[in-house]
Write a protein that binds this ligand. Structure first.
Ligand SMILES: CC(C)(COP(=O)(O)OP(=O)(O)OC[C@H]1O[C@@H](n2cnc3c(N)ncnc32)[C@H](O)[C@@H]1OP(=O)(O)O)[C@@H](O)C(=O)NCCC(=O)NCCS
Length: 188
């Protein structure tokens, strides 16, 4: 099935924000655990490396749609976060461990970016994914992004449900091809 993409918003210059790290909030999950969500920066390399080592290989496979890149590549990406084109929101538990990441990246100043999300295996199914994605959508809109896209395996039920939930409050277009789904969230 292929749904029609909505009309593209005219290209808007990315809104420049005062500094990387502007996003900051606290959430209580449905099991009572608390997380602080904030933008990641190069100081978070150790936390990200630890989260990568802890991650379930099957989750990494779903996140990267295949074999994940080497850790060094992922850490280098952290140095490119600029609060406008490349943003990664990290959820930290009370011990300071990184337990979830939602990020968007855009290659130019067009109001479109690709996003990806991953929640630590010990934290899944407690609404952290939903909260992180909601935060990312708000942050992306602040940055002048109008369309967030994602690709995912069609048998990845949690992300399909997550996108369906987003679709109840904003327009989400989906298309499917050879076991891969593509979603375009219209941020208006
Ligand atoms: C996708 C992902 C981020 C969801 O995180 P999460 O914290 O478990 O999400 P939530 O608890 O907010 O649940 C979101 C939806 O998924 C459903 N869900 C969660 N775990 C599920 C499971 N194991 N089986 C089926 N549905 C599940 C929830 O019920 C919810 O749907 P609902 O609103 O209809 O009840 C997480 O599963 C993950 O990290 N997966 C690996 C990486 C990945 O696949 N990324 C997506 C591609 S970029």
């Amino acid at each position: 099935m292929t749904a029609t993409l909505s009309a593209r918003a005219p290209a808007a210059r990315p809104r420049s924000r005062t500094a990387v790290g502007a996003f900051h909030c606290t959430h209580r999950l449905d099991d009572g655990r608390r997380v602080v969500v904030r933008e990641l920066n190069s100081d978070d390399a150790d936390a990200l490396a630890e989260a990568f080592r802890r991650a379930d290989p099957a989750d990494l496979h779903r996140r990267f749609l295949g074999w994940p890149p080497p850790l060094g590549v992922i850490l280098r990406h952290l140095h490119h976060t600029d609060g406008t084109h490349h943003v990664a929101l990290g959820a930290f538990d009370d011990d300071g461990s990184l337990v979830g990441v939602a990020q968007f990246d855009r290659s130019n100043d067009e109001p479109e970016a690709e996003f990806a999300i991953e929640v630590d295996r010990g934290w899944k199914s407690h609404r952290l994914g939903s909260l992180l994605l909601t935060d990312l959508l708000a942050d992306a809109r602040q940055c002048g992004i109008r369309h967030l896209t994602a690709t995912y395996f069609l048998d990845n039920v949690p992300i399909v449900r997550l996108l369906r939930d987003v679709g109840t409050v904003m327009h989400v277009s989906t298309s499917y091809d050879a076991g891969i789904g593509s979603a375009d969230i219209d941020l208006g």
